[in-house]
Structures are given as structure tokens and as C-alpha cells.
Write a protein that binds this ligand. Structure first.
Ligand code: SF4
Length: 104
């Protein structure tokens, strides 16, 4: 675990705890929805804040369509690093966090 991961993870947690309004719904399920979210992230200023907002991050799992969606069950989650390796997000996370790009 790197110091900088820790630092960024804490920044993200603080932004979300302080009430940053993120686009939790709709979740991105279809290719079109996924591409729309990814394109908007690429076209944003790329800041941590914009990635959290457009990605629809939460500090807790979201249940949608009877599925509990958390980073720990997502294909983009790197367990040992506690990291999201989806290139557009590229952010340290916690196992219980969630975003609308969740994929099994
Ligand atoms: S894409 Fe997956 S691992 Fe990345 S933040 Fe979203 S739910 Fe977590």
C-alpha cells in the first residue's frame, strides 16, 4: 500500500462524508450507459471530485436490481491494493464503497 494511495483514499472519503453530491443513479448497465459515463469522465477536468461525482460513488454498497454492488465484488477492484483499476476512475477505494460502473 502506498502513502499516496492512502492520501487520495482519505481525500475521497472526506469529500463523500462532507456531502459531495454524486450521480448514484441511474446505474450504468448497457454499453451505451457505460460509454456515456466514461466519456463524460474523460471530458471532465479529471479531478478526483469529478471522477467521484460522475462515477456516482458512495461510501457503502448500493443495492439495485436485487444485487448488492460493492467494490469488493467488482471486476475492477484490486484486493491487495484496495484500488479501482478502471482507467477512467483509477482511484484508491475501500471494499465497501460502490460506484455506478460496478461490474461483476
Ligand atoms: S468500477 Fe468497481 S471497483 Fe471501481 S469504484 Fe466502481 S465499483 Fe468500485
Amino acid at each position: 500500500m502506498s502513502d499516496s494511495d492512502d492520501k487520495i483514499r482519505k481525500q475521497a472519503e472526506k469529500l463523500l462524508k462532507d456531502g459531495l453530491k454524486t450521480e448514484v443513479f441511474p446505474r450504468a448497465y448497457t454499453q451505451e450507459q457505460i460509454q456515456d459515463v466514461l466519456t463524460r469522465i474523460r471530458q471532465s477536468d479529471g479531478s478526483l471530485e469529478q471522477r467521484l461525482i460522475i462515477g456516482g460513488f458512495t461510501l457503502y454498497p448500493i443495492e439495485d436490481e436485487d444485487i448488492e454492488q460493492a467494490c469488493e465484488t467488482c471486476m475492477y477492484y484490486l484486493v491487495h491494493r484496495r484500488y479501482c483499476e478502471l482507467p477512467e476512475l483509477d482511484v484508491p477505494v475501500e471494499a465497501e464503497w460502490s460506484c455506478r460502473l460496478w461490474r461483476i
